[in-house]
Write a new protein. Sequence first.
Length: 615
Amino acid sequence: MVKEDNTTTIETMRHSLAHIMASAIVQLWPDAKLGVGPAVENGFYYDLDLGKRTLSEDDFDQIEKVMKKIVDEKQPFTKVVKSIDEAIDWAKKSKQPYKEELLNDLKRAGTTLAKDLDKSELGTITDSETKVKEVTFYQNGDFVDLCRGPHVEDTGKVGAFKLMRVAGAYWRGKETNPQMQRLYGVAFNTKEELNKHLENLEEAKKRDHRKLGKELDLFVISDLVGPGLPLFTPRGTVLRDELGRFSQELQARYGYQRVTIPHITRSELYKVSGHYDKYPEKFTVTSEESADEFLLKPMSCPHHAQIYNSRPRSYKELPIRYMENTEVYRDEKSGELHGLSRVRMITQDDSHCFCTPEQISQELSNIIEMVREMYTVLGMEYRAILSFRDDQDKYLGDKKTWDQAEKSLEDATKVQNIEYEVIEGEAAFYGPKVDFMVKDALGREWQCATLQLDFLQPERLDLHYIDNEGNKQRPVMIHKALLGSIERFLSVYIEHTAGKFPIWLAPEQIRVITVNQEYETYACADAILDQAKKLGLRVSLDNDSQSVGKKIRKAEQDKVPYTLVIGPKEIKDKVVTPRIRSDMAVIAAHPELGIEEFLKTVAHETKGRVTKSSL
RNA sequence: GCCACCUUAGCUCAGUUGGUUAGAGCAUCUGUUUUGUAAACAGAGGGUCGUCGGUUCGAAUCCGACAGGUGGCUCCA
């Protein structure tokens, strides 16, 4: 027997558990109609239709019990080959309409992935048209299931598993299809690995940005304002502002200029740009004064293009680069909203560069350099996904420009030493793009920065420049966002840092704690506060009539990077011994620092956007 | 939008099979305490049990609708 590598084995095991779960379900509810049951990351699922009976988590105990019984019985998995017609016959007889549909697709198209097959046009087909002649089944105990395999030898050869949750899932992922119930389980080779996984889930829960957002007082969501519309507190606003400023300062160094546009716009603009009909999630604004229909802007690119197009442009002016941290509004369906990561008001650090085809290469390389710089400062790893053309004939813009753009994208990622993959056929018809996937501390990947070439909008919005021979030419438009959506980035970054923000982002950088309520103590603390504020630091005073221990604990819980305790000793010697948040100390703290020296160091760290303390 | 589940004080949660004035810890406020690196002590205030409707002699508890949330599905310019 061929030795399988570990990943194959664990997937096989998980897949076998899906079968075991399905056989348990069929034992408990013989009328169950089965969909598909694959292995997925960390586990497996099975799509089920129990008719009127719906499963809930209360049923898990019962199902797990039957599954364990099947495991204990060590039922061998046996492979059975049937002709396709026999198989269809089996599906009909055992009243498994979903399986029957899959088999029919296999017969006609040779694949069950043929989602878009129009069933109505398919009548009976001849033998020669049959794409698949035989299919395999696997049996354990009395349970038979259509399955490509492979499986473990017998039902005893599975690891530790646990049913997790039940969710709705559309049959074959199509919204118009009936909805089935998807029963999820996790499974690992050993009990220890399963426990480790469950612990990781707990850790993720602790870091959940919605929880930390509340605990650290960063944002709130009010039912009256509406779902998907977070309100940022003063602390949360510091984070937004600092991140936004970082993005803009970085871009300014590469020649980007700030612009400002309104938040509502005549619908006409989006009709011209082509966005109007394509995106249904728009908010419409009507007025009693004006006959025009307005939209809350769902994107900013056509506006920036209007600024570009406000007067004739010479080739000498290009590239023209506009940037803006601005809000766009999208009416996400209610079930799609999630904390800060899916919201209805999205703040983008959006930019649009208008350039000649010859300038594309340099501009793209600049952008990739900016992304590198940004995520280095933020202390996050990332990789790039390059979406390029395939050989189809549907792409707008000339071939030479595409070739050149794709080559310069790939070259620039190589030069920056960025891990990347090229996916052909994923480009939009109007231009190639790069998505940067950022990895957080728990190893999860998120799409944040993105760049996209656009040959379409310059056409639709009729943008041009005059070249050195006096002829009108089309510029190319490059869309870019470094953070992407500031809300989504914050959700990722809160979880990445577990709320322990680097000094330059920390909503509160220094907390001054008094040991008593003597006037001298207060006066000394207040003087430090004054001095810190003059240096532009975010500092606060805890002068409560509480024990020092309690006040330290509070500062620790609030994840304040530096805490200064002020008492007779500090007043006398004019020195402080900063208490440094545990994650920040890369170099052991100096036992004592002059007050001014300390504050200047913190100001310096802030200005330099250092991630770890150097005190 | 769809499926399952959840909603009790600012927060985290108790609240037995429906039975009088719904509890705790933290937080808040008041008093005492004047504190030296992760929780001083005492007292007080705070809830139409998400909302509306129904069943019942009686509802936080049972049923329904709606709203919000959680996990998925679908979607994500």
